[in-house]
Design a protein. Structure first.
Length: 356
DNA sequence: TATATTTGACCGTC
DNA sequence: GACGGTCAAATATA
């Protein structure tokens, strides 16, 4: 973790240096110099993101490179949450400069042509989108019906058609810990099957949203390691999360109440809650890493021990494996992101469960 | 004790 | 009939 922080600090230093040079300069700034400096800064942050990505921070990637610039409403909280916040604020501002904006657009267009079509762009780890291109949707054709109690089998299309409602992403495996597990994506998944696939060295695992029972959340995913690259997982998402949980790292505990409120509203409004959706500023979330408590970010902790074979879990959204009611979810989000202990959630959830 | 995972079997589609 | 997707009983785990 120290090397990551060091990398982040380096990036902050670059940003400060650029600011200093811009402020001290009495002559018009050379756009090429500005662009080069911004690229250097972005590159430094991207390097940090890469390292974070190795620690299962894949969400940061796409948002940093391809996400929208942080809104002005979010920025204040970002700066306040971190002693190094000014550095991030500077970068956020820099990212809004016309030159960098043009560069970003160039990256976007290059990415649309292919993940490697922009040589200067680091690999985001989310290499490909196949199929729907965007929001995965669960069509009526998605098979979910199971066997009835009497043994009869309702209509079920067990062989999912390759429709436009699926999104396939490739994500690198964790370099440490359990290599068998793909990096967490922020949702809670429950494994319901595994199959050996023809012409594949590795079995394919099937997951569905843990909150299916409460919310009828139909989201599923398939995870398979690539034959030619065992360090990469191909994750196919099917269906839309309709559960109340949020994959989006919630804002920091030091946020002012209004900022938290805004964030909760965002979560209510983001509808699909899909991978890579609701982009948020990296500058908002990194401070939570810096405070030494990654849990505060609302980001993900991937179990490192293979024992028990747990699937990915979103911190704080599952207590003893039980789902939580939607009305409690927001409260839970707020509390977890207020650095409260999980034990308090135990009280809430167990009470809620007993009342059901 | 409750919940998650494993795994063999079943079923629909191709 | 092969294959992929799902179910559900058995088992593991916290």
């Amino acid at each position: 973790m120290d090397d990551i922080l060091s990398q982040v600090f380096d990036a902050c230093s670059l940003a400060r240096e650029l600011e200093s040079s811009l402020r001290l300069s009495n002559v018009p700034t050379d756009p090429h110099y500005l662009l080069g400096s911004c690229e250097e800064i972005v590159g430094a942050f991207n390097e940090a993101i890469h390292r974070l990505h190795a620690r299962n921070m894949s969400l940061f990637h796409s948002q940093m490179l391809f996400g929208e610039a942080p809104s002005s409403q979010q920025d204040p909280g970002a700066g306040e949450g971190c002693s190094h916040g000014t550095g991030y604020m500077q970068v956020a501002d820099l990212l809004r400069t016309p030159a960098v904006e043009a560069w970003r657009l160039e990256i976007k267009s290059a990415a649309a042509m292919g993940p490697s079509s922009y040589p200067g762009t680091p690999n985001t780890g989310v290499e490909s989108l196949v199929g729907g291109g965007g929001e995965p949707r669960l069509g009526a054709e998605t098979a979910l019906s199971g066997r009835r109690a009497d043994g009869s089998v309702p209509h079920r299309s067990s062989r999912t058609r390759k429709d436009a409602g699926t999104v396939t992403k490739r994500v690198p495996a964790l370099r440490t810990g359990n290599m068998e597990m793909p990096p967490d994506d922020g949702y809670t998944w429950r494994k319901y099957g595994q199959k050996d696939i023809l012409n594949s060295r590795f079995p394919r695992s099937y997951y569905r949203c843990t909150h299916r029972s409460y919310y009828g959340c139909e989201a599923k995913k398939k995870v398979q390691r690539l034959d030619d690259d065992p360090n990469t997982f191909e994750v196919t998402y099917c269906g839309t999360h309709t559960c109340q949980t949020s994959p989006t790292p919630i804002l920091i505990p030091t946020l002012v109440p209004s900022a938290i409120g805004n964030n909760l509203n965002d979560n209510e409004n983001d509808g699909g809650r899909q991978q890579g959706a609701s982009p948020q500023s990296v500058s908002i979330r990194l401070p939570n890493w810096l405070d030494g408590n990654p849990r505060n970010t609302g980001t993900l902790l991937v179990p490192q021990s293979g024992a028990g074979g747990s699937t990915s879990r979103h911190v704080g959204q599952q207590q003893g494996g039980r789902d939580i009611d939607g009305s409690v979810a927001e409260l839970a989000d707020a509390m977890f992101n207020s650095a409260s202990s999980g034990s308090s959630m135990d009280c809430i959830f167990s009470r809620r469960q007993r009342s059901l």
